[in-house]
Design a protein. Sequence first.
Length: 254
Amino acid sequence: MTMRLGILLLCFAALTGSVNAQISAPDTLKTAKGSLVIQPVEHASLVLSIAGTVIYTDPAGKTSHFRGLAAPDIILITDIHGDHFDSAAIASLKTNNTRLIVPQAVADKLPASYKPMVTVLKNFGVTTQNGITINAIPMYNLPETPDSKHPKGRGNGYIVSVGGTRIYISGDTQGIPEMRSLRNINVAFVCMNLPYTMDVKEAADAVLAFKPRIVYPYHYRGAKGLSDVNAFKEKVNTGNKNIEVRLRNWYPQQ
């Protein structure tokens, strides 16, 4: 190996390591349909890969965080706010074959040219894509008020079901009855950031009500910084030691 080639390879390795170091390493779970790969990205953004299908949820912010990840077959958008609906990120990351699953409020803001690739779901709506069932469920603030940041019916949380595995993505919500009454959830992604959603105590209480097998606190940056996810883990495991709380870095270096 020449010295020049050696230097180039070292530089490439350093660059690759730098990019990969920005986001958490993926987790892998076994399912009846093969491995479910869970890739935390940033704040509300995550990538799920299962049964040959890649699902991006709320891709927003720096698209460099998605560098090296497979392109999305499906993009789920929960709401209209910029940390969930980022039109520039969608335009950069989607392909001609990507399917967008969105609430009506998001569909209204998409370019007309996207219409053939869009499926609109209302709360409690359902669609099946690539053998994967996607249910839209409510996400909203309590108490319900006319000036609520997240009024009932505008945005969607989602349950993604494949091969007997059910994955809950909360979106921006509080510990609403529709969340607390969920059952048979294998993996849950639960928000906790004031004043936009709920605090750590409310999030833990809601999780103890619906008892997911695994829960990831995500979307935990609020107006006063990051929520205490360690306190969340302690509260959940004090109430139910059988719920596995997985803490991952959802705020990579910019």
